[in-house]
Design a protein around this ligand. Structure first.
Ligand SMILES: [Zn+2]
Length: 236
């Protein structure tokens, strides 16, 4: 008991001398385990359904037909604070940010009829090499946060990258489609549990939707009834 008290005292002395700082703007944060302050958190630009970036993706998914609906919380802005936050999640190992962002997605799902009756959350996979290098897949932490709010279970390793794809950031829409064609496969052991199900593909940022579409096509071939998608942000 004494050591617990001593640790708590030591922690509050430390927080007094070195107050925890927001990882993005470096302002002191009140809550010690929150890595991003409320001001940064509320600076992200919410997506609205008349946003051109939302409309464009809806039309693209609609024309293709593999993805039946999607949900995103924010618009990704270059040099914006959300970019810093996603960078912390992907490249600095701050996994708790993924869970927090996932809870945001989950809260929106509860209010969206597209997401009623969904069976599983599926994180969009990284290539095995990239995951080994990074040590984790950030989308799994998003799924954990979504699961906390919605109680939808996550299935890991259902979708795999069957080949390494180059970074898509410099590619056009057609090049992206070509780049991810045949890049995903469904693990055979999951096929019985996917038959006739509805699943959500979860990714951090959706840009053209070509990765999500390529995964959705494979899932449908494997017997999935309906594929919907969710992401933290949409990038123009
Ligand atoms: Zn901040």
């Amino acid at each position: 008991v004494l050591s617990t008290v001593a640790k708590a005292v030591a922690a509050s002395v430390r927080d007094f001398i070195y107050p925890p700082l927001c990882f993005v703007c470096e302002a002191p944060t009140v809550v010690a385990d929150r890595r991003v302050c409320d001001e940064c958190w509320s600076s992200f630009r919410p997506v609205s359904v008349d946003d051109p970036v939302w409309v464009e993706l809806r039309d693209r998914f609609g024309r293709d037909g593999a993805v039946s609906g999607f949900l995103s919380c924010y618009v990704f802005e270059k040099e914006g604070r959300l970019q810093d936050v996603i960078h912390l999640l992907k490249y600095r190992g701050i996994k708790s940010i993924g869970t927090m962002l996932g809870r945001e997605i989950g809260r929106r799902m509860l209010e969206d009829p597209t997401f009623v009756g969904v069976d599983y959350l599926l994180p969009v996979p990284l290539h095995a090499l990239k995951q080994r290098e990074r040590g984790y897949n950030q989308s799994e932490f998003l799924c954990r946060g979504i699961g906390e709010v919605t109680a939808i279970p996550m299935l890991v390793d259902v979708v795999r990258r069957s080949r390494y794809t180059e970074s898509q950031t410099q590619l056009s829409l057609d090049e992206r489609r070509e780049n991810v064609r045949g890049a995903f496969e469904i693990s055979p052991k999951f096929k019985p549990s996917l038959e006739g199900r509805t699943v959500i593909l979860v990714d951090d940022v959706i840009t053209t939707g070509s990765t999500i579409t390529a995964c959705a096509r494979e899932l449908k071939i494997a017997g999935v009834e309906k594929v919907v998608a969710a992401s933290v942000a949409l990038a123009p």
